[in-house]
Design a protein around this ligand. Structure first.
Ligand code: SR1
Length: 342
C-alpha cells in the first residue's frame, strides 16, 4: 500500500497550492509560480523520512512550487538515475536527501553545470556550491549522551548502534568517540547496526544476540529512532526493559508513544521536527533559485526530550510538542519575508 502511495506521488509529482500562480512581490521566478524543484531521497521508509517529505511538500505548496518527489529505495544507483531524470526534467532546484557521497558527487556537479541550484540534506557532497542542511548532529549526540551520563553516571557498559557512511550517523559517532575519550569509565562493549528496508527488525535481532552475549550492558546508545525501536523490541523480548536504558535521536508521534508507555526502557531522545527540516530544505532551494544569500551550513537545532518531561507535560503527539515548544515547530533557518511558512 505504502509503495503504491509513494509511486503515485512520484508519478503525479505536482504539489500546486495556495500560490500556484506566483507570490506577489516575490523575486523571480517565484512571482510567476510553478517553479520546478526536485526532491531526491536515498531513504523513504520510517517515520523520520515520511515526516521530512510531508514537510517538504507543505513548504513547496506554500511557495507554489511544482515539486517532483523521487522516493528513496536505499539504492545508490537508482538515486543517481533519479538525479539524472530531474536534470532532464529541467528543474530549477534540486534537494538531495541522504545518500552515499561517492555515488553522487559527479551527478550533483552535473546538475550544477546545468544551472540547477543544489541543496544537500545529510549528505556531504564536498562542494562549496552546495549548501548543506543538517540537524547539528554533534550537538544532538552530545545532548543525548550527556543525559545518559546524568542518569547513569560516567561509568557504564554500553551497546552502540552505528552504520558508517551516513553523514548524520558519522557526525554523531564523532561525538560518541569524544565522550568516550573524556569519560574512560564508559565502555562500548558491543557495536551493532543496519540500515535497510526493515532497520528496526534487523537491529532487534542483532541487539538480542548482543544482549545475550553481554549481560553487563546497562545503556544502549542508538542515535536513530529506527535503531532505538529495534533495541527496545529486543529488550522487551528478553525481559530486560528494567535493566537497560536507551538514549536515541529523532522523534515521531509513534516514538513518543513508545518512550512514554509504562516500563519503557527508551528514556530520552534528542530531535528536531523532521517536517521542519523538510520545509527548511525546500526554502533553502527556493532561496538559491531566487539568487538570494544562503549560508553553506544550514542548521536546524535539536531539542532534548526525556521520558520524564514528556510524561509530566502529558505530550502524546508531534503537534502537542510543536505547541509546547515553539522552537521545535519552527526554524528561523532559510527564511525570507517573501517566503510563506506552511
Ligand atoms: C541512516 S541516517 C538516519 C538519520 O537521518 C536523519 O538525520 C535522521 O535524524 C536519522 O536519525
Amino acid at each position: 500500500m505504502k509503495s503504491i502511495l509513494l509511486a503515485s506521488v512520484a508519478l503525479a509529482g505536482f504539489a500546486f497550492g495556495a500560490h500556484a500562480a506566483g507570490i506577489p512581490g516575490a523575486p523571480p521566478p517565484f512571482d510567476q509560480g510553478g517553479v520546478k524543484i526536485a526532491l531526491v531521497s536515498y531513504l523513504s521508509a520510517g517515520d523520520f523520512f515520511q515526516a521530512y517529505q510531508s514537510g517538504a511538500e507543505a513548504q513547496a505548496k506554500a511557495l507554489g512550487i511544482d515539486l517532483r518527489v523521487f522516493p528513496g529505495r536505499q539504492d545508490a544507483s537508482e538515486e543517481r538515475a533519479q538525479i539524472e531524470q530531474a536534470i532532464n526534467l529541467g528543474v530549477k532546484g534540486l534537494v538531495i536527501d541522504h545518500g552515499l557521497p561517492e555515488s553522487l558527487k559527479d551527478v550533483a556537479q552535473k546538475a550544477l553545470d546545468a544551472g540547477i541550484k543544489v541543496v544537500a540534506f545529510d549528505v556531504n557532497l564536498d562542494n562549496p556550491k552546495i549548501p548543506q542542511v543538517e540537524q547539528s548532529d554533534h550537538e544532538l549526540s552530545r545532548l543525548s549522551l550527556q543525559q545518559a551520563i546524568r542518569e547513569n553516571g560516567a561509568s557504564f557498559k554500553a551497546g552502540y548502534v552505528y552504520v558508517a557512511g551516513f553523514a548524520p550517523l558519522d557526525r554523531r559517532d564523532e561525538t560518541w568517540r569524544e565522550i568516550k575519550a573524556a569519560n574512560p569509565g564508559i565502555a562500548e562493549v558491543v557495536r551493532i547496526g543496519a540500515v535497510n528496508d526493515t532497520t528496526a527488525a534487523t537491529v532487534a535481532d542483532q541487539a538480542k544476540a548482543a544482549l545475550r552475549a553481554h549481560p553487563e550492558i546497562t545503556v544502549f546508545f542508538a542515535p536513530y529512532d529506527e535503531f532505538a525501536r529495534g533495541v527496545k523490541l529486543a529488550l522487551n523480548e528478553l525481559e530486560l526493559a528494567d535493566k537497560v536504558k536507551i538514549y536515541s535521536a529523532d522523534v515521531s508521534t509513534a516514538d513518543i508513544g513508545e518512550i512514554t508507555e509504562p516500563g519503557s526502557p527508551w528514556v530520552a531522545t534528542v530531535a528536531t521536527n523532521p517536517a521542519v527540516v523538510g520545509a527548511v530544505s525546500i526554502r533553502a532551494a527556493a532561496l538559491a533559485v531566487a539568487g538570494q544569500d544562503l549560508p553553506h551550513d544550514i542548521v536546524v537545532a535539536p531539542t532534548l526530550l526525556t521520558q520524564a518531561a514528556l510524561r509530566a507535560a502529558d505530550i502524546h503527539t508531534i503537534e502537542q510538542l510543536n505547541a509546547k515548544l515553539p522552537a521545535f515547530g519552527h526554524s528561523p533557518a532559510a527564511t525570507a519575508a517573501w517566503i510563506p511558512q506552511p
